[in-house]
Design a protein around this ligand. Sequence first.
Ligand code: SF4
Ligand code: SF4
Length: 130
Amino acid sequence: MNHRRLLMLIVACVAAGFMACGGEEPQAEQQVEEQVAEEVEEQVEVIEPEMTEEEMVAWVMENCICPQCPSWIPEAAEKGEGGYCAVGISACIVEEAGCICPECPVTLEKDLLWGYYCTRGSAEEMMAQD
Ligand code: SF4
Ligand code: SF4
């Protein structure tokens, strides 16, 4: 093989290698972009927009476990009560016979510190008293 042919062969190999790299690069970039887009999408699903006051009360009522509490009375159910930590005292519960608020998912989710909201007032009122 003479020098000219050897030089042409080297140039052809370098060009082929360059094209191979150039062909993979956009593919790798695209994979990274897709991965980032997926991660952002996942994060967006986790971040919820701020709840309105109404939505918050509805969420508290849905998760409230007051009906399982020893202080709970049938009249409270008839009145559609619950979620006292959000809405304040009950119109009918007056006797404190035990409170299970510390076991409630609302307490865990909102880091509430108190209990007996049905007789003592909402979490906001309790906080103001501390
Ligand atoms: S913390 Fe107590 S009052 Fe508030 S939702 Fe839970 S059980 Fe009901
Ligand atoms: S606020 Fe506490 S004491 Fe009152 S009904 Fe709910 S769990 Fe029971």
